[in-house]
Design a protein around this ligand. Sequence first.
Ligand SMILES: Nc1nc2c(ncn2[C@@H]2O[C@H](COP(=O)(O)OP(=O)(O)OP(=O)(O)O)[C@@H](O)[C@H]2O)c(=O)[nH]1
Ligand SMILES: [Mg+2]
Length: 233
Amino acid sequence: MSDSLATVVIVPALDEGENIESLVEAIRLQPVECVIVVDNGSSDETAARASAAGAVVVSEPRRGYGYACAAGSAAALARGADVLVFIDGDHSSAPDEMPALLQPLLDNTADLVLGSRVLGRIAAGAMLPHQRFGNRLTAAIMRRMSGLPVTDLGPYRAIRSTLFKRLDMQEMTFGWPTEMTIKGVRCGGRIVEVPVTWSTRKAGRSKVSGTWKGSVLAGYHILRVIARHGWKR
Ligand SMILES: Nc1nc2c(ncn2[C@@H]2O[C@H](COP(=O)(O)OP(=O)(O)OP(=O)(O)O)[C@@H](O)[C@H]2O)c(=O)[nH]1
Ligand SMILES: [Mg+2]
């Protein structure tokens, strides 16, 4: 357990049966209260394997990264979480970097800690050129819009539940992390980035970044969220 903060980790997962056990086991070595795997309508053994590895499994049949994160967040808050951590189910982020992600929350110097792959290390092949470009572009728009010196809009992040509850999250797509960052700024949250490592998915077929359709769709949702929530005052 983090010194004084009940930390619950949320893992949105769609067909991650080959990754989920090793991921949950690695997360459980970290100072966290519990791991919630949200099974987003998988057709493989994701739920059974997550449960066998010691995770709490929540089912969210409505497909969408944001739907999965929202269901996991509701379950985490119901368990009294002080801090929610989000990490992808394909083991592309490093659970052993969680203490660094949590430290600014423990120090009470931040309410939202964003794992920045740009400040950290991106493994060869883990981010294709079009993704790097899209990520740089959206981060630049965010910087200009909010004044927040953000370098990345990645999925690996930790947020204090008191801030999370004020965000009234609406985006049920890959726009979820972007909405969280924009609204976090608007709500006056203290936001910091820490460097994190980004690897290729451990196993399983690439669903988003490795396909043009997935990438375009993800990029569209991110830009749509910026347009929708970003310019409001
Ligand atoms: N694609 C997709 N992923 C989902 C969904 N719901 C939950 N997820 C999970 O969201 C996380 C991010 O999706 P990924 O497919 O890894 O997206 P990505 O990292 O951009 O691309 P790849 O790893 O190349 O597939 C993973 O843990 C997925 O299992 C969904 O509806 N679609
Ligand atoms: Mg991935």
